[in-house]
Design a protein around this ligand. Structure first.
Ligand code: AKB
Length: 336
């Protein structure tokens, strides 16, 4: 008998696909995945997939009636660039669905009489550096600093961090409902780069796009200046950080929201790596000013000391290992 049933929303996105691969290695785990899209073929047999719209309440109800979840990885979201074209839809998706799933977790925790873990990917988009001078002179940003987002995506991630923590620590604080135990845990991710999937709709996409375009022999016009710098990590580290945070003993956690990062890279750093790995890569720059401003508002680096000391987080891939050891080899094989 499977020991735990896990729900993954946004399962066909980049993190979702990698997470299903990782979690499906455990035979004691049943994965239920949800997405607007059909499941990519390589994940067949690894999850029970439901295609549908989480904004439709009946869809969530149908899943809730069928399964009791011990863990929920709520990955579905409208990313930062797409969100700016339809802020109201992005708000509905990014906050409304999170609230619906927190409610589902609360009901299920009461029914099963034990805690439901709720893992939430937040983002460096929750930060807002006031200007470039501050950005370049600031030390790596801690969780409590500069939380002044300038995008709907950043605002909604910050709100969900707060409301998730509220559901864990203060939900129904004034009435005598039976105990509800939601164990909400969030990671503020930097830009994430996978060797196997290409992001879409984000603003940190310039790094992964540049490499993937070059690997396919396509010219790339970068939408930010060469000096633009933000933190990044590769997908295996991102997935491992989620799984490690999920397994960390609650008593070790001093907060519910943690920064995690690996290396800080500029567009020019990506260009250097891309040209060395793919000689003949055609990279030009044509900054898109509004998108540029969004990336300028994100910190150049974040401080993940709390994750390191509370639950032993450490990225496996620094910049060199990420580029030479993970990305180059796997991207070449992927497009071969
Ligand atoms: C985005 O660019 O929207 C995301 C993020 C930094 O969270 N990749």
């Amino acid at each position: 008998m499977p020991e735990r049933t896990i729900l993954i929303t946004g399962a066909c996105g980049e993190i979702g696909q990698a997470l299903i691969e990782a979690l499906s290695e455990d035979p004691q785990t049943t994965i239920i995945s949800l997405d607007l899209k059909t499941l990519p073929g390589h994940l067949t047999g690894k999850t029970t997939h439901f295609q549908g719209d989480l904004l439709a309440k009946d869809f969530i109800k149908e899943i809730e009636n069928k399964y009791a979840f011990q863990e929920i990885y709520h990955l579905a979201a409208v990313l930062s660039t797409t969100a700016e074209y339809n802020p109201s839809l992005a708000h509905k998706v990014n906050t409304g669905i999170t609230l619906d799933l927190l409610e589902l977790a609360a009901r299920q925790s009461q029914q099963i009489g034990s805690s439901v873990k709720f893992l939430f990917p937040s983002s460096i988009a929750v930060y807002g550096m006031p200007d470039l001078e501050t950005k370049s002179s600031a030390p790596p940003v801690k969780e409590t600093q500069w939380t002044e987002p300038t995008t709907m995506y950043g605002c909604s991630k910050l709100y969900c961090e707060k409301v998730g923590s509220y559901y864990s620590d203060h939900y129904h604080q004034l009435d005598d409902q039976p105990p509800i135990r939601i164990d909400f845990r969030a990671l503020r991710f930097p830009g994430i780069i996978s060797a196997f999937t290409v992001p879409s709709g984000g603003t940190s996409d310039f790094g992964p796009e540049m490499i993937h375009f070059a690997a396919q022999g396509k010219p790339y016009r970068c939408f930010v200046r060469p000096d633009v710098r933000i933190p990044f990590m590769v997908m295996p580290d991102a997935v491992r950080s989620l799984l490690e945070l999920s397994k960390a003993p609650l008593e070790k956690l001093t907060r519910r929201v943690y920064n995690v990062t690996s290396f800080s890279y500029s567009a020019r750093d990506f260009q250097k790596f891309t040209e060395s790995g793919f000689p003949g890569a055609q990279i030009t720059y044509q900054p898109d000013l509004p998108r540029q401003e969004i990336v300028d508002s994100w910190p150049a680096d974040i401080d993940d000391q709390a994750a390191r000391s509370d639950w032993g987080w450490k990225p496996k891939y620094n910049a060199k290992d990420a580029c030479q050891g993970y990305l180059l080899k796997n991207i070449i094989a992927h497009y071969a």
